[in-house]
Structures are given as structure tokens and as C-alpha cells.
Design a protein around this ligand. Structure first.
Ligand code: ZN
Ligand code: ZN
Ligand code: ZN
Ligand code: ZN
Length: 404
């Protein structure tokens, strides 16, 4: 089904605006999000009348995006799903035209890309179009992948970290808007919702306290006491429990092994580390591809270079919601004997990217002086987009020379 069909057929109003699930990093770009944006704009037009002449002028640009989206069978499924949700949100906004003030405000304050109410920072283009932080970063990352100047999906003006500023008034207004608890469906101001859902809601999903010894039960908080009183797990025999605990120990052991090996590497005689800065470049193929490379650097008296690529050089990484980076370590100087190394990339001292530590291992010789591409263990695609949106990627490389 195309984004256009879904946008047209978004069933009955899906409750208040706050119930629309959010997702950072999907539904961005000139795709179905924009299609639903048009629906929302139409709804807004009805609701607000001539008060917002700005929106009318944008309909043309959105129509164009709508057509692009409709003809794009490669659009990631998540994107298309988001279009359906956004259409419901638009329908909700339309229904709200005659409804409560809060509901009308929803369509004014929502992100113009994903149509959700922003959860954290809100950015605006020089013409005032609002974007949530996730969409903003995703747009910048997309532009980097396509080697284009990032533009506002509404008015096509240039956007960048220096051109766009935050809109604190919108951020504060959004945090005051009522929002529905996903469990008990009662309304709360957005600013209180998180605490309510985490700590106070009687319907929130909880787990049995005997989960530690293998009870899989989970259910609403108000049933927890009854379950725990009747739970069979505390009466299990010692040998039954041993089996359950064994499974848990195994995953724990793996983690400990990793940390132990890092600690033993730290007692090696020859250790070197340095800050590395990956800079973006384009290949000179017919269809150019983004890749990253560091300037040459010296560690352990050898000269090295690091390279990185996006989605393992997939043809159109900008069409995919999933983003990954992989990297390769190259030895640039000549060695007189094989150089056996363990190496590890971690976040740099000034950057805030979440990477889980993974130790790689390689024997460098003059004939074989580059490692394969190995995954840069970034936590998720959202983190990866953060890196792509930045000017450079700053990490710290550790090298441990293994001496026989
Ligand atoms: Zn957004
Ligand atoms: Zn704009
Ligand atoms: Zn609740
Ligand atoms: Zn239980």
C-alpha cells in the first residue's frame, strides 16, 4: 500500500494526540511523513482558517513529496507504517478542529516531519518550521549520505546545526500539553507522564520479583501482589533452580570475559592510544559513496590509518532506516617482523557517542597490512545518525602489541 492511500484512509480518530507512538529515526526524509504532513496541514487549514497563510504555500512542495513517496516501493516498511500512524494523527487533528484547545495545539506544535509531539529538543528552520531533535539529526545524516545540503522538508531552505536554533517556547508548551498514559489511558501533562508511567501507574507492566530465579510472569502492577503470593518459583527445588541459574550465569560470564580480557590487555608492555578523527570523503565512482578516513597517525612507533564506511557500502544507505558503521585499521609503515596486535575503539574524550567495547585482533605484516572491515559496535541507528550528522567522528583508538 502506498503512503498516499494510507494517508487517505486513516480510520477513525485514534484518540488524543499523545497516544501516537513515537519513534526516533524513522519516518523522516521526503517520504510518507511529508505525505501525512499534508493531511495534517489540510486539517490545520480547516481548524485555523486563514490564520496560517504560510501552510498553504507549502502544499505544492508537499504534494511533490507525496508523489515521490507513493511511487517509492523501496521505502522502508517502518516508514510506511509511520505514515499510517501519522494519517491517524492527522485524522485526530481534523476531528479536533472543533474540539479542545489542547487538541488543536497538537497540530500546531508537532514536528513537521514525523508529526509527533517532540519529546525533547525542538529545532526550527529559518522560516520557523519545527523539527524534533531525532528528525533534525536524521535529515542532516541523510544529507551527508547523499552529499547534499540538508534542507527543511517544508520550505526547502537550508538547515544545519548553525542555521537552526532551538525553540524553547515550543518545548515548554509541549511539556504542558496533556498526554495519555499508554497503560491506564488517563491524561497527564507530558512533563509528568514519564514518572507516572514508570513509577505510579497501577496498570504499568511489571515483572515478578522471582524473575531472578526464572519466573517469566509479567503483567499490570495491580496484579503483581496476587501473582507473587501465588508464584510457584520460590517453591522450586534446589536442582531446578540450579538449571535456571546456569543459563543466566552463562551470559554474565561472557560479559565478564570481555572485561577481564580488557584488564589483562592493560598490563601489556606495549600499549598505545590516540585520539582519531574520521573525516567524511566521497569515492570517485560514478555514483559516489560516503566513506570516512582519518589522517595518518603514529601509535607504537608505527604509522596507521583508519577507514570507515556506512552500511557496508550498501548502494543507497539513505533509503534504509538501519544505519551501521564498520571500520578497518591499516598499517602504513613497513615492519621487520609480524606485528601482532589487539585493538579497540572507544568514544573520544569530548564526544558523546555510545559504543560497546569489542576487542579485535590482527597480525600485521608487509604483505597483509590491513584488517577486514569490522563492525563499529555503536548501540543503535539513532546513535549512528548522530555520528553521521556531526562534522567529524572523534574516537579513541587503543592498540596493544602482543609480544611472544
Ligand atoms: Zn520529528
Ligand atoms: Zn522550513
Ligand atoms: Zn497510567
Ligand atoms: Zn512469579
Amino acid at each position: 500500500m502506498s503512503g498516499a492511500e494510507e494517508a487517505g484512509g486513516g480510520g477513525p480518530a485514534a484518540g488524543p494526540a499523545g497516544s501516537v507512538p513515537s519513534g526516533v529515526g524513522v519516518g523522516v526524509g521526503a517520504g510518507p511523513g511529508a505525505a501525512a504532513g499534508q493531511a495534517a496541514a489540510a486539517a490545520l487549514g480547516e481548524a485555523a482558517g486563514p490564520g496560517l497563510p504560510d501552510e498553504a504555500g507549502l502544499a505544492g512542495a508537499r504534494q511533490l513529496q507525496l508523489q515521490e513517496a507513493a511511487g517509492d516501493p523501496d521505502a522502508p516498511p517502518k516508514k510506511r507504517l509511520r505514515a499510517a500512524e501519522a494519517a491517524e494523527a492527522a485524522a485526530a487533528a481534523a476531528a479536533a478542529g472543533s474540539g479542545k484547545l489542547e487538541e488543536r495545539l497538537y497540530s500546531v506544535l508537532c514536528c513537521t516531519v514525523c508529526l509527533d509531539l517532540p519529546k525533547a529538543s525542538v529545532y526550527q528552520c529559518t522560516n520557523g518550521h519545527l523539527m524534533c531533535a531525532g528528525c533534525f539529526i536524521h535529515l542532516l545524516a541523510d544529507a551527508r549520505l547523499k552529499e547534499e545540503q540538508a534542507t527543511c522538508p517544508n520550505c526547502r531552505c537550508e538547515i544545519s546545526k548553525s542555521l537552526c536554533c532551538r525553540n524553547l517556547a515550543v518545548e515548554k508548551a509541549v511539556s504542558e500539553l496533556p498526554s495519555e498514559c499508554g497503560f491506564c489511558l488517563r491524561q497527564f501533562p507530558r512533563s509528568l507522564l514519564e514518572r507516572h508511567q514508570k513509577e505510579e501507574c497501577q496498570d504499568r507492566v511489571t515483572q515478578c520479583k522471582y524473575k531472578r530465579i526464572g519466573c517469566p510472569w509479567h503483567g499490570p502492577f495491580h496484579e503483581l501482589t496476587v501473582h507473587e503470593a501465588a508464584c510457584a518459583h520460590p517453591t522450586k527445588t534446589g536442582s531446578e533452580l540450579m538449571e535456571i541459574l546456569d543459563g543466566m550465569d552463562q551470559s554474565h560470564r561472557k560479559e565478564m570475559q570481555l572485561y577481564n580480557s580488557i584488564f589483562s590487555l592493560l598490563s601489556f608492555e606495549k600499549i598505545g592510544y590516540t585520539e582519531v578523527q574520521f573525516r567524511p570523503y566521497r569515492t570517485d565512482d560514478f555514483i559516489t559513496r560516503l566513506y570516512y578516513e582519518t589522517p595518518r597517525f603514529t601509535v607504537l612507533n608505527q604509522t596507521w590509518v583508519l577507514k570507515a564506511r556506512v552500511n557496508d557500502s550498501e548502494r543507497n544507505p539513505n533509503l534504509s532506516c538501519k544505519r551501521t558503521l564498520s571500520f578497518q585499521l591499516l598499517l602504513k609503515s613497513k615492519v621487520t617482523a609480524p606485528l601482532e596486535c589487539s585493538f579497540l575503539l572507544l568514544k573520544g574524550p569530548y564526544d558523546d557517542v555510545r559504543i560497546s567495547p569489542v576487542i579485535y585482533h590482527f597480525v600485521f605484516t608487509n604483505e597483509s597490512n590491513e584488517t577486514d572491515y569490522v563492525p563499529l559496535p555503536i548501540i543503535d541507528s539513532v546513535e549512528c545518525n548522530k555520528l553521521l550528522a556531526a562534522k567529524n567522528i572523534n574516537l579513541r583508538l587503543f592498540l596493544f602489541q602482543i609480544q611472544k
